[in-house]
Design a protein around this ligand. Sequence first.
Ligand code: FO1
Length: 331
Amino acid sequence: MTQTSSNKNRPPSTVRRRIVALAGGVGGAKLAQGLAQILPPEDLTVIVNTGDDFEHLGLYICPDLDTVCYTLAGLANPETGWGRVDETWNVIANVERLGGPSWFRLGDQDIATHLERTRRLKGGQPLSQITKDFCKAWDVKHTILPMSDSPVRTMVDTDEGELAFQEYFVHRRCEPKVKGFRFDGVEVAEPAIGVREALDSADAIVICPSNPWVSVDPILATLTPSPLSLRERGWGEGKPVIAVSPIIGGKTVKGPAAKMYAELGIEPSALAVARHYRNILTGFVLDHTDSKMENEIQTLKIETLVTNTLMNHLTDRARLAHDVLHFIGSL
Ligand code: FO1
């Protein structure tokens, strides 16, 4: 591992660190799982994007939240990254046979999650409490929080007009060209119960390798219009904020982030991601493939770590999490 850090001469701190990780779906869940392999439950809170939540077939569905929960529970489908392992598809097959919508593939076990969540939400329980109860049932020890208990909906402005996120992402397979994004409801949405406390008691924020436009920006937008503005609360000054690039060699491992950058007229690269977060970042983690961008990222007054950021296996997730924690200790 050729690890280079712009302040590599300073010894890493060995003090206990409480981490808040901001995560979208599959990429975010992988690093969160790596962090969860290393940190004790009281030292890791994962705040998850809920901008891609939607109501479908009368059910309230939280794709990113479920992806993170299933991954930490060891229940995630390893092929897709979303949904459940050893899944069956009887319900959706029968919906399709009856002429109902089947473009969003809901598995039988997964449907139980949506049924029970919808029942509880209709009974007035907040999403954060429901998530906490589900995590207990799935034996997930670390804290997973939705970014908000109120609805925030990512809307994608495209060359075919504005589309709701899942309509764009799954139904239209990300084909329409993106022109911008809007987070409907963000002006009034408060951070979920527990989010403020987690940020206040954390020593560092890790922005996971999730899509900056549609996974991380909704979280940041939910945290920052309130009195919770990260900078105002000392983040980025004494408390490091570090991001892991979801773009390696100009491409994303999964999902449309690189395509979105290109359609917005920005060359997709680790550097573009660092620029995206430049106002809040203390440190940035990029892959060896992109090491030539390290100097330019440092000119943004952002510390850098070059390492292997691909997370194909469970061991890769723990290794990257270890590198990230070591990097934070050196800042
Ligand atoms: N993504 C797909 O590409 N096709 C699907 O049919 C699909 C179903 C699905 C069901 C439950 C769930 O939690 C996630 C699901 N996803 C599916 C993934 C998901 O919509 C996206 O990956 C995220 O919203 C983006 O992070």
